[in-house]
Design a protein around this ligand. Structure first.
Ligand code: CTP
Ligand code: CA
Length: 225
């Protein structure tokens, strides 16, 4: 088995993954969340682990499970908790893959008591959360990589490239929202991978487990370059 261990291409790598949604508290019983299932991140975690990598999986609330011994899971709820766990772990990793659908805003003053009905108007003041990918991009060392995801509804490639630059990513995975069967709450996904030289690779609609293989393959090629 030593022979096969050595054949695994990522056996000397430790990789941070963020996944799932975040929940931002409004009051003791309510939150602002999103429809992210976490499936893409879990699929990438398992695929990396299969290739010998050690995975730190920082996961927002999801019902998903992973049994792979190489996957160490850290459960978080809020964008702030996800930020802390990521910032704490990234320096000890060879790189990170940011698949989480992190809330961009959080309630400024969550209520201590349940908000009652009956108001004529009700609005919640929101404040921006920290950009985890951009924060890791700022502390990224020369020998570390950083991969992001992008979800766009318009000018997809242009916007994805802006994110890649702004967050100091090595490549960005663009999710196609315009195809039925792709993205949130689906078992399939259709992606393009755009690297920091601007070239885009387009992939077919396929199961997220297969998409994970394409992404991990891209990472292996990144290391072989
Ligand atoms: N991301 C992050 N922390 C945040 C917001 C986003 O780490 N607070 C990461 C996501 O995990 C993803 C990438 O940044 O890898 C792009 O996320 P996306 O929501 O598409 O972009 P934003 O930068 O949040 O911009 P916007 O939502 O306004 O398009
Ligand atoms: Ca966002």
């Amino acid at each position: 088995s030593q022979f096969f261990e050595d054949k695994k291409k990522l056996s000397d790598k430790k990789i941070l993954i963020t996944t799932g949604p975040t929940y931002e508290k409004i009051d003791p019983v309510r939150f602002i969340g999103n429809f992210s299932s976490g499936k893409m991140g879990f699929a990438i975690a398992e695929e990396l682990a299969e290739n010998g990598a050690n995975v730190v999986l920082v996961s927002g609330p999801t019902a998903l499970k992973t049994k792979h011994p190489n996957v160490n899971r850290i459960d978080v709820v809020t964008a702030e908790e996800m930020y802390q766990a990521s910032i704490d772990n990234y320096p000890n990793c060879n790189g990170g893959i940011m698949t989480a659908a992190v809330a961009d805003f959080t309630p400024l003053n969550p209520e201590d008591r349940k908000v009652k009905r009956g108001k004529e108007n009700y609005s919640i003041e929101l404040t921006p959360t920290k950009d985890i990918a951009a924060s890791l991009g700022k502390i990224k060392a020369k020998n570390q990589f950083l991969v992001g995801f992008a979800l766009e509804t318009n000018d997809e490639e242009f916007n994805a490239k802006l994110k890649l630059e702004k967050k100091n990513l090595d490549f960005i995975v663009l999710n196609s929202l315009n195809d039925s069967g792709a993205g949130f709450q689906h078992d399939t996904n259709k992606i393009s991978i755009i690297d920091n030289e601007g070239s885009a690779k387009k992939f077919e609609l396929k199961p997220k487990t297969e998409v994970a293989k394409d992404i991990v393959e891209e990472l292996i090629q990144f290391y072989e370059k």
